[in-house]
Ligand binder design. Structure first.
Ligand code: ATP
Ligand code: MG
Length: 574
């Protein structure tokens, strides 16, 4: 079920709730930080960004833009084992592609020396100690939500001994995992994060930016708030799972006596049929379930970009969903609705036949070709028109012909007349079959008085179908995508199974021999099209000269509009 606070998916709807914006507005009004607004988007470079990150990006950059403030891009790169420059580069590209320019790009690793100095400061103040417990022992000492923790036997080391040991940790004297630096807070705190949390661990690993300069690395909690503080962040916006970390965030800032940013938590984006966890997305890439991080079925920014989504559609979606204080799940249909709306405005129309069936116009001259004028975008006259060749043998969709029409079928069948879009009216006269009895050609005659699809005598036809001239067709590969998972919540593994069991076996269907109108031969990668009556498609980077590859971005059928309509009619959602 959709989150109850979901805004109605319509552009005229009132601005969705954004309580973070309300906090910022109140701070500006009260003169806090002299009205200055400074935010940041802080990804860990351990994977590619996904649509959930887009929500955070739009929120952070959106506030800076609205209130004439600044927004940094900061890499939270404190975990050398999982981070790579490839991820850093993709993140920079994705933020830019979404339409945002960071005021500065920083790395938490740039602050390693300052963080180290601050750790020393806390040791000197008697607020941190070197602990010799193993990570397993630290866990055992931590206690539970109902029981207090036990103090480490190393908790009361002298300041001198702590300083000496911490210096030697940094100098590389001790193996991985043998010691940690912990803050001395309260082993009986009801908040487990406050029970002497680890600040530094020993890790002899090369970092993608600092190389082998360090063999001790700060923990997220000891890094994040101070990095915010160094950058004079006014509003440190993060997702709800960090709510329990806020007391620790504030503790470090207070004990160090440095600039105090305000941490504000909002709900993570969850989308039906979609997995938003870098760890699991990485598993899909590593196990070859998808072709890479930019596989068009991936919910990554690079995947949905390759799929043909536009930054405008994603930004519209993010502003419509708003932000709240409780986690919910948003209908995928809402995202698809946003992209359809945008592509309807900007996509170039074209004709393409995915499941070709030959249509022969018996009374059309054998060697004649006429150029038919076709509108490029009925939503925008500035797109102009193009000419599409028409000739005696055409391809139409197999679905647009039935030898024996079911009730209510108005397309082509023996004796029936239909309009060929931008072409002529044709009447079906018969079929040719192969030895197996399958229809291989449909025969028809055309009415020369109906050029352009007009009916001078005012006679009506109930159906208009698309077509491509066989002699002029460009062959293409077309990739039809469905959701990568076949269950609404792919995070929940089926009983006795694994989350990967939720994969949709038909998430990709490849059409090897689609027939396209010739204007598409020159379509450049990234080009956005509507194949009339079929959906929105874009040119994939796998295209080669003479053989384009198209991705289906989204079909024309607007599930969301239907749901909305039935909701408005008071029928509720099926
Ligand atoms: P993942 O679990 O996918 O790795 P993460 O939270 O560990 O996500 P980070 O790189 O730490 O990823 O995230 C950078 C920022 O984006 C953080 O502020 C985080 O809260 C936010 N973010 C991540 N996922 C989402 C989401 N699904 N919805 C909204 N914001 C998100
Ligand atoms: Mg993370």
């Amino acid at each position: 079920m959709a989150h109850p606070e979901n805004p109605a998916p319509n552009a005229e709807a009132p601005r969705p709730s954004n309580f973070v914006r309300d906090i910022v507005l109140a701070d500006i009004a009260s003169g806090k930080h002299a009205g200055r607004v400074q935010t940041r988007f802080p990804p860990e470079p351990n994977g590619y960004l996904h649509i959930g990150h887009a929500k955070s990006i739009c929120l952070n950059f959106g506030l800076a833009i609205e209130f004439n403030g600044k927004c940094n891009l900061r890499f939270d790169d404190t975990n050398p084992c999982k981070e790579e420059s490839e991820y850093v580069e993709s993140i920079i590209e994705d933020v830019r592609w979404l339409g945002f320019t960071p005021d500065a790009v920083y790395y938490a690793s740039d602050y390693f020396q300052q963080l180290y100095d601050w750790a020393v400061q806390l040791i000197q103040a008697g607020k941190a100690y070197v602990c010799d417990l193993t990570s397993e022992e630290v866990r055992q000492h931590r206690g539970t939500l109902t029981e207090p923790g036990k103090e480490s036997p190393w908790r009361n080391r002298s300041i001198e001994e702590n300083l000496d040991l911490f210096t030697r940790m940094k100098a590389g004297e001790f193996p991985d995992g043998t010691r940690t630096l912990r803050s001395k807070i309260d082993m009986a705190s009801p908040n487990l994060n406050m029970r002497d949390p680890v600040m530094y661990r020993i890790l002899h690993a090369s970092h993608h930016r600092t190389g082998d300069a360090w063999c001790i690395y700060p923990m997220y909690d000891f890094t994040h708030g101070q990095s915010d503080s160094i950058e004079q962040i006014t509003h440190s916006i993060c997702t709800l799972e960090f709510e329990d970390h806020r007391p620790l965030y504030d503790w470090y800032i207070r004990e160090l006596g440095i600039f105090p940013p305000q941490q504000i938590e909002f709900d993570r984006l969850n989308l039906t049929y979609t997995l938003l966890s870098k760890r699991r997305l990485l598993a899909l890439v590593q196990q070859g379930v998808v072709s890479g991080w930019d596989d068009p079925r991936m919910p990554t920014i690079s995947g949905i970009r390759r799929r043909g989504y536009t930054p405008e559609a994603i930004r519209t979606f993010c502003s419509r969903i708003g932000v709240s204080k409780t986690n919910g799940i948003i209908e995928l249909g809402l995202l698809e609705h946003a992209v359809r709306e945008d592509l309807n405005r900007r996509a170039h129309r074209a004709m393409a036949v995915l499941k070709p069936l030959k249509l022969v116009i018996d009374n059309y001259p054998e060697d004649q070709t006429e150029m038919m004028e076709a509108v490029n975008n009925p939503e925008d006259a500035s797109y102009g028109s193009r000419e599409v060749p028409f000739s005696r043998v055409l391809y139409i969709e197999q679905d647009d012909f039935r030898e024996e029409p079911p009730k209510g079928y108005f397309r082509l069948y023996p004796g029936n007349e239909v309009r060929l879009r931008y072409g002529y009216l044709v009447r079906c006269t018969g079929v040719a079959k192969n030895d197996a009895g399958e229809v291989v050609e449909v025969h028809c005659t055309y009415d020369p008085a109906t050029k352009g699809g007009n009916t001078p005598d005012g006679r009506k036809v109930k159906s208009t179908i698309h077509w491509v001239s066989a002699a002029h067709a460009v062959e293409a590969e077309v990739r039809l995508y469905d959701t990568l998972f076949q269950v609404e919540n792919p995070n929940e593994a089926p009983e006795g199974g694994d989350w990967m069991d939720n994969l949709n076996p038909s998430s990709l269907v490849t059409v090897p021999d689609a027939k396209l109108e010739p204007s598409l031969a020159a379509a450049a990668p990234g080009g956005l099209y509507q194949f009339e009556r079929l959906g929105y498609f874009c040119v994939d980077k796998d295209s080669t000269p003479g053989r384009p590859v198209f991705n289906r971005t989204v079909g024309l059928r607007d599930t969301w509009a239907k749901i909305e309509k039935s909701q408005k009619a008071g029928k509720g959602k099926s």
